[in-house]
Design a binder for this molecule. Structure first.
Ligand code: 5GP
Length: 177
């Protein structure tokens, strides 16, 4: 079906599952080359990245590990902005080659606020793999090392991404009409 309704909104198909799979495989191949002889630790950010992480991981042929975390933001002691805290980050990060797996980078605020927390652990390196990027919406300076698709600034669902809890199970990515 090319058009679906989720809650009150109508979505139309934007990326087919075949296109997603092909792109994810290509990213995995690039990572396999970039990390030859290394043993990167992937940090997948829940909930949205679970499908991307699973498909990407299946195509990795290097020695590698993965861990899953949740990010929660709360108002810090200072009134200036949100502090991001991670739930489930119990792996040893010191000296490791880290690759963050994120579903979508929109404003970039989440990752921009979270990166210093990871850097505090003094990893050997830190890269970001994002399935989707909305360059027109991104306001925080981030270097995205692996990007699946650059997309317009429109709300999308499917392939792990939700609208108010629904739509994560869709194999394709849909864009709001
Ligand atoms: P940022 O901090 O980059 O503005 O936002 C990152 C998070 O916002 C993503 O990890 C995702 O959970 C959510 N988000 C941003 N844009 C979209 C979108 O188009 N669709 C969905 N489902 N979530 C989005």
């Amino acid at each position: 079906m090319s058009t679906i309704k989720v809650h009150d909104k109508v979505f139309t198909i934007y990326l087919s599952n075949a296109d997603i799979q092909e792109r994810v495989r290509t990213i995995a191949e690039t990572i396999n080359k970039d990390y030859q002889g290394k043993k990167p630790l992937f940090i997948a950010i829940l909930n949205g990245s679970f499908m991307f992480a699973a498909d990407l991981f299946k195509h990795l042929t290097i020695a590698t590990e993965i861990t899953f975390i949740k990010l929660a933001s709360y108002k810090g002691m200072k009134s200036t902005g949100n502090v991001i805290t991670s739930i489930g980050l119990d792996a040893e990060l010191y000296g490791k080659d880290l690759i963050i797996i994120e579903d979508i980078v929109d404003t970039g605020k989440t990752l921009y606020n979270f990166l210093p927390k990871l850097k505090d652990h003094q990893p050997a390196s830190l890269k970001i793999a994002a399935l989707l990027h909305k360059p027109d919406a991104t306001k925080f300076p981030l270097t995205l090392d692996y990007v699946g698709f650059s997309i317009p600034d429109k709300f999308v669902i499917g392939y792990g991404l939700d609208y108010d809890g629904m739509g994560r199970n869709l194999k394709e990515i849909y864009q709001v009409v």
